[in-house]
Design a protein. Sequence first.
Length: 223
Amino acid sequence: MRILIGVLAVLLMSGCSGKKDFKDMTFSGTMEMTEHVLGVKAAGRLTTLNVKEGDQVFQGELLATFDRYEQDKKDYARVGVLYQNGGANQQALENAQLSMEDQQVISPLKGIVLVKSAETGEIIPPGGGVAVIGDPSDQWVKIFVSEDLMHQLSLNQTATISVDGSNKSYKGHVSFIADKAEFTPRNVQTPEERVTQTFAIKITVDDADENLHAGVAADVKFN
């Protein structure tokens, strides 16, 4: 009887020690930020491009213009004068404004130029991209969590994020949970882990600052 009780105790302890808990684990990923592709509605030749990769831009800043911009700008000013004097209607003024706006690229936010995807002199097709702007205030980490841990995870669950090269930790929360499993990415080290089905999880940084940069390795621990 004593031997049987001892065996059962060992098995019970072994089973408990094998249980995984989020609080005891660290998940690794890479810092990413929301990206905005800036393009044009109408085809045209790129005349000016006032930014390069790594530049900070501000909301409403004029980043690029196309070959008809100067003429459309003059036409808009002319129609504006006519409108004030009763020589043009509201629709004509709005059309002139839209034509001018089609010839320029305006930054929709304060951000960082991640990619300069065109050069002056190039002809850009409708919808073609000129630059990609990253939003430093909207940064996040993507991690992969195995199926057996998913029952411990929920939306808005809080976490602590640390990044390489910094002693500061950041607050975050679960903002996205994939509804379909996928195989662990190829960069996982062992063959056993590579065949494990996992779910992609997005952890949004709540207190992002200028010290966070896309592409930097990050670790996530759930609170």
